[in-house]
Design a protein around this ligand. Structure first.
Ligand SMILES: *Cc1c(COP(=O)(O)O)cnc(C)c1O
Length: 347
């Protein structure tokens, strides 16, 4: 019992199946902490879904992916000549986004499979569209598997990413890049369908992580065990920082701390004594420099008594709230892309 994720497996897999069935050409993204679920677990699910290609974030993630998944593994971070962990394997698809890198990879790994990436309004990686001809000229024996675009989560026009995706689709069709496969990130299913209808010669393949793996948050519940509980009086000093408690209440020590990805946002800095006095007069624990924790106890999100520790958090519960017993568990609202669990259970 600690900081744990419970997955309602039937419900979660139902969601995965629905997304896969309604997303032709889906490439699941399996990167980082595996969206809280772990990359190996997700790779097995991708296999069960019958998908032929997965995308990982970095070359460091490739060996595990090749071991856990029998199909192709696409690397989202573009290849660079100075990377020391590049895996060359027939099942690995590299991403290229700089002309110099095209010739360098062509020399280093002739025959390698690659995607060419276009630089979108994200401005993260990729070729400017005027560089495409030079990129194609530098390909040598590299095998182009597709073209890729990565779009923002929020478009500036408010009208979505469609216009930008469509303009890249047009650029691809008129370019010398010999592929009809366009990998897209962050288009809605409606935008993908519209693009596919508008560009029937292109095979549009969405690369999706969050809305696939975390598409049904109701199937995932995070529980933290109450490890200890102490009555505290107003003004009593506790913790590493010996901060004074704001009222009488209960100090709960709950499993889940910085090592689990809890409370990475900096706790509110405490300003000068005068300023603090003024804020306190206005009332509220936030004004007193306390931070709201992701732990939900007796129906409410509660305040950290001090910044989270490595393996546990100290939570202040006012005397008016019903305190859980040691050994009980409480709900936690985590950010899955930064969470690490002591255990993940599929039920
Ligand atoms: C992470 C990533 C994705 C998946 O993003 P989600 O928001 O998790 O769906 C897609 N494409 C690229 C290039 C990425 O880096």
């Amino acid at each position: 019992m600690g900081f744990e994720l419970d997955v309602d497996a039937t419900r979660w897999r139902q969601g995965l199946t629905t997304v896969a069935a309604t997303t032709p050409g889906l490439v699941p993204v399996i990167k980082g902490n595996g969206y809280g679920l772990g990359r190996d677990l997700l790779a097995r699910e991708a296999t069960t879904l019958g998908l032929g290609t997965i995308a990982v974030g970095t070359y460091a993630e490739v060996p595990d992916a090749l071991a856990a998944f029998a199909g192709d593994v696409m690397v989202l971070t573009p290849w660079r000549p100075f990377f020391t962990d590049v895996v060359t394997d027939d099942r690995v698809i590299h991403t290229l986004g700089r002309v110099d890198d095209v010739s360098a990879l062509a020399a280093a790994a002739p025959g390698a499979r690659v995607l060419l990436e276009g630089e979108t309004s994200m401005a993260r990686h990729g070729f400017d569209r005027h560089e495409l001809a030079a990129a194609v000229a530098a390909l040598g024996d590299l095998h182009v598997e597709g073209f890729a675009i990565h779009l923002p989560l929020a478009s500036r026009s408010g009208g979505g990413n469609y216009a930008e995706a469509e303009s890249w689709a047009a650029a691809l069709e008129t370019s010398q890049v010999e592929t009809t496969t366009l990998y897209v990130s962050h288009l809605t299913s409606g935008e993908v369908a519209a693009l596919a209808a508008r560009r029937p010669h292109l095979d549009i393949r969405p690369r999706i992580g969050t809305s696939l793996w975390l598409g049904d948050l109701g199937a995932l519940s995070v529980r933290a065990t109450v490890l200890d509980s102490h009555l505290v009086a107003r003004g009593e000093h506790i913790g590493y920082r010996q901060r004074a408690m704001p009222r009488d209440g209960t100090l709960l020590v709950v499993a889940g701390g910085t090592s689990h990805g809890i409370g990475l946002e900096a706790p509110k800095g405490t300003t000068g004594v005068v300023q603090r006095g003024k804020s306190l007069a206005k009332g509220g624990l936030e004004a007193a420099g306390f931070s709201l924790s992701p732990f939900r106890i007796d129906g409410k999100q509660r305040w950290f008594a001090e910044p989270p520790h490595m393996q546990a958090s100290m939570i202040f519960l006012p005397g008016s709230a019903a305190a859980p017993a040691v050994g009980d568990s409480v709900d936690v609202a985590v950010r899955f892309t930064t969470a690490t669990f002591d255990a993940i259970t599929l039920r």
